[in-house]
Design a protein around this ligand. Structure first.
Ligand code: SF4
Length: 412
């Protein structure tokens, strides 16, 4: 791996290598808000109230806006709202127009360009909704959309048709109908609360929802999908964690795309969730000039483990309308997976998936490790490219003795 080699070859201390620099935990700092009191800054409601939501604010705080960004920001509130918390804004490098944090939350004019194959609902959620705000696409689990609001808005959002209500989707979840549907379907054993961001609900409102779901005997397992830990770590209060731990087994999937998002504030927030016994996973979206680089992705995955978060999925970016400038190729995704598997801790290797366009669900996509397979043997290669044979009896069971003609591994 290039970053490790350069450190060894140059004789630099390990901390000076690019990989280790990416893995360093740093605070987001205060930036423009240095005069705000400690109490206000750490109050998630203050952060929400002071979000950057207008072109004028964006120009004021980011005077290096490019013409493409300025034009995008002017149009953003007709498509997907502009919203950035002061905390997250501080992660943007104003001197770098290609800053990977900036690309995720600052609108660009390219968002108005829609290719023929792009869709407003690329995962076919609306066509799998038996009641508004509930998606029943897989046999034993449902997606329960609880709100259309997020702490900040990701420019590649799969649900941009409804989140922020900028394009007039007019999302109104009806909790009674959603819960009644789940109660009436005993095959549903797993409920994923998402949105929008479920952690934007007040503690009381969220507790009430979780309690009602827990009261359904066939619901075994609850999950929350949230980007709040990375956009607004101040929301992860001890009170929230104490409330969530009443509803185990409850898992939480966070969403982070670049190692710089994992600050000391985020690490502490994730630590509070982990201490409450909540298993944590991470979902990343593969994004052009954000994380379409094996070193960046490896640093992110290793850093997540340091935050007690298991990397869960890397998503190929959905064919969402206006996202071509942020998508990268499947070939690039496969090349990144190739550089993770075997090259770092297995726990740090997520599953790369494509959400099949139109509503086919998640399909795992892997580099090819099984080279060929027949009734007698399986030919595989390892992460170094060495080839091995695994013998099988004709009925598909492993042989007790390998056949005599098995060959030595060779390099490809
Ligand atoms: S936090 Fe999630 S739902 Fe909200 S804008 Fe980002 S990707 Fe979309």
């Amino acid at each position: 791996m290039q970053a490790e080699k350069s450190s060894k070859d140059s004789g630099e201390p390990p901390s000076a290598s690019p990989l280790n620099a990416l893995k360093k935990f740093q605070s987001a700092g205060r930036g423009y808000w240095r005069d705000v009191s400690e109490t206000d800054w750490n109050d998630w409601r203050w952060q929400m109230k002071h979000r950057i939501t207008t072109v004028e604010q964006l120009q004021k705080f980011l005077p290096t806006l490019t013409p493409e960004e300025l034009a995008g920001a002017k149009l953003a509130n007709h498509k997907l709202a502009l919203g950035i918390t002061p905390y997250f804004f501080n992660l943007i490098d104003p001197a770098d127009e290609h800053c990977p944090i900036r690309r995720q939350v600052v609108p660009r004019i390219e968002e108005t360009e829609t290719a023929a194959w792009e869709m407003s609902d690329p995962c076919g959620e609306d066509s799998h909704s038996p009641v508004p705000g509930l998606v029943h696409r897989y046999p034993d689990r449902v997606l329960f959309l609880v709100t259309d609001r997020c702490a900040a808005y990701c420019r590649y959002c799969t649900r941009s048709r409804l989140v922020s209500n900028a394009s007039g989707y007019d999302f109104h979840p009806e909790y009674d109908k959603q819960i009644n549907y789940i109660a009436a379907h005993p095959e549903i054993r797993d409920v994923l609360l998402s949105g929008g961001d479920p952690l934007l609900l007040s503690d009381d409102k969220l507790e009430n929802l979780l309690r009602r779901l827990r009261a359904i005997p066939h619901v075994e397992f609850l999950r929350l999908g949230s980007r709040i830990p990375t956009f607004l770590p101040q929301r992860i209060t001890p009170e929230l964690c104490a409330m969530l731990k009443k509803f185990h087994p409850l898992f939480l999937s966070i969403h982070s795309n670049h190692p710089r998002e994992l600050t000391t504030e985020v690490r502490d927030a994730l630590g509070r969730l982990a201490d409450a016994g909540i298993p944590l996973g991470n979902q990343s979206v593969l994004l052009k000039h954000v994380n379409d680089d094996a070193d960046v992705m490896k640093a992110l995955m290793q850093k997540l483990l340091m935050c007690r978060v298991k990397p869960y999925y890397i998503y190929q970016c959905d064919l969402i309308a206006g996202s071509a400038h942020l998508r990268t190729s499947v070939a690039k995704g496969l090349a990144i997976m190739e550089k993770l598997r075997g090259h770092t801790t297995g726990y740090a290797v997520p599953q790369y998936v494509i959400d099949a366009p139109g509503g086919g669900g998640k399909v795992p996509v892997n580099p090819e490790y099984v080279l060929c397979r027949n009734a007698g043997r399986v030919l595989i290669r390892n992460f170094e490219g060495k080839i091995f044979e695994y013998p099988e009896a004709p009925d598909g069971t492993p042989l007790s003795q390998p056949p005599k003609d098995i060959e030595e591994p060779e390099l490809v």
